[in-house]
Design a protein around this ligand. Structure first.
Ligand SMILES: *[C@@H]1O[C@H](CO)[C@@H](O)[C@H](O)[C@H]1NC(C)=O
Ligand SMILES: *[C@@H]1O[C@H](CO)[C@@H](O)[C@H](O)[C@H]1NC(C)=O
Ligand SMILES: *[C@@H]1O[C@H](CO)[C@@H](O)[C@H](O)[C@H]1NC(C)=O
Ligand SMILES: *[C@@H]1O[C@H](CO)[C@@H](O)[C@H](O)[C@H]1NC(C)=O
Length: 433
């Protein structure tokens, strides 16, 4: 058996310490088998800008925030908290199922085991439809939910309800990041797994048949890759793909499969992350100089005139003891936008700046419900972890899917059908205990 690391998307996603949601289990007791520690979050105050003015601004005073929230949105915040809690509670079931080695042969079946028909129906509706039906106010959806979707997935409230819920869970204060950078999760896990890593680019996968002396035949997958030492072919029993196979994103060819292995055509969302060292132009955000508000984390509503989705003062991935977002007049800002920022746009956003670095990437699917999940099983023993991205793209989702594929491939190899796609697992666990 072998593990094929076919692409760096996951790790690229981790390098940019973004606001991408992780439904963190318990912030105070992070898993520490690979020697990582949590980094204390910086306490920046959020402002929500609608293209003309701030529709909501967080204060340093807890009580003022509560009064503002109640005044502007009634009980919507409290109900949102309860709504998200309920979904998280169901989501957490997967960890128990996986502890008892249950696995699922499709993403739909995995979601169904967590949250029943409610969860699979989430794939068919937009988050705005679902929240309106649940009684949330139009104003709350526009001014609070939309900005959260725009910063996490660069898309508005037309994304499917499941990714919408994950995105809202990501606004919870329980989120934490890893001291030294979230990318250490990738290197740490790789090291801990004792895998034999071949650094290279996979170009093709092909099924090969070998005859044995006994007259029997055995089937393998031949994985071809380009490495620094030239091209390589290695035979494997099981192949696991952990990179999006969508057209334009993947260079892996599946040769001579009958029927052919599907190509996926649905698009990914382009996200431009720009880091700028400079001085923010507060009057661009309608704040006269000198600006009385501490602007350090600005989210936006859905206004077509806005060329940015969010801007935030960021701190280094290593703690320095002080909150870098407050330390000097010149901060490092991180902007998310759908298109690269032009010089003119930078001159609008900043009074002055002296360093700019940007990265354009296809960060997550462009969601458009009803959403059909790509298969997890692409061929007898070829598995696809990224299927789950179409329910919701997040580090934690990838980890859940990877564990599911590890269990599923093992159970199918050893014929343990009673651990695959079982109904009513909760009840089975009650009787097992
Ligand atoms: C979602 O929509 C698909 C068709 O797009 C349908 O087959 C499926 O039953 C729907 N699921 C739910 C839970 O409503
Ligand atoms: C290339 O060959 C060297 C020497 O055999 C080996 O140490 C290294 O791991 C190889 N690199 C790859 C990417 O296979
Ligand atoms: C700052 O923002 C204001 C208002 O949008 C704009 O007129 C001005 O050109 C911007 N740039 C600077 C450097 O002040
Ligand atoms: C699962 O549980 C429900 C309700 O408890 C029951 O109606 C259904 O028959 C069960 N399904 C299976 C496959 O045991």
């Amino acid at each position: 058996m072998g593990f094929v690391s076919a692409g760096g998307l996951l790790c690229t996603a981790l390098i940019l310490t973004t606001l991408r949601p992780c439904i963190a289990e318990e912030p105070r007791s992070p898993p520490n088998k690979i020697g990582l520690s949590p980094r204390s979050p910086s306490n920046s105050l959020v402002g929500i800008y609608n293209g003309e003015q701030f529709v909501f601004q967080e204060s340093e005073w807890f009580l003022i925030n509560v009064i503002k929230m109640l005044w502007q949105y009634g009980l919507n915040f409290l109900r949102m908290y309860m709504w998200v809690e309920d979904i998280m509670h169901k989501f957490m079931r997967i960890y128990r199922y996986q502890t008892f080695e249950y696995s699922f042969s499709s993403t739909e079946s995995l979601l169904h085991a967590m949250g029943g028909r409610d969860f699979t129906a989430f794939l068919n509706t937009t988050i705005s439809e679902t929240l309106e039906k649940a009684g949330f106010s139009h104003r709350f959806i526009e001014e609070i939910v939309t900005p959260a979707m725009r910063v996490n997935y660069l898309q508005g409230v037309k994304i499917n309800s499941f990714v919408g819920a994950v995105s809202l869970a990501g606004t919870d204060s329980g989120l934490w990041s890893v001291e030294g950078g979230n990318k250490l999760v990738c290197t740490g896990l790789l090291y801990a797994s004792n895998a034999n890593l071949i650094r290279g680019t996979v170009t093709s996968v092909q099924e090969k048949t070998r005859s044995l002396k006994s007259g029997d035949t055995l089937k393998f997958y031949e994985v071809n890759s380009e490495t620094d030492n030239g091209s390589q072919q290695v035979l494997y029993d099981i192949v696991i793909i952990a990179a999006p196979l969508n057209k334009g994103l993947s260079s892996i060819k599946f040769l001579n499969f009958d029927p052919p292995i599907e190509t996926f055509f649905k698009p990914y969302q382009q996200t431009v992350t720009t880091f700028i060292h400079g001085q923010l132009n507060a009057s661009f955000f309608g704040c006269p100089e000198p600006c009385s508000n501490e602007l350090s984390d600005i989210l936006t509503t859905d206004n077509p005139n806005l060329f940015i989705n969010s801007i935030r003062a960021v701190s280094p991935v290593k703690s320095t003891g002080e909150d870098a977002s407050k330390s000097t007049d010149l901060k490092v800002w991180r902007v998310f936008s759908p298109e690269p920022l032009t010089k003119d746009q930078l001159h609008l956003l900043f009074k002055s700046y002296h360093a700019v670095s940007s990265k354009t990437w296809l960060a997550y699917p462009r969601y458009n419900p009803p959403e059909k999940m790509p298969p997890i099983i692409l061929h007898n023993r070829i598995y696809y972890i990224n299927s789950i991205e179409w329910a919701a793209s997040a580090m934690e989702m990838s980890a859940v899917s990877a564990k599911n594929v590890a269990l599923l491939s093992h159970h199918r190899w050893y014929g343990k059908d009673q651990k695959i796609d079982q109904e009513n697992i909760s009840e089975k666990l009650k009787s097992e205990l």
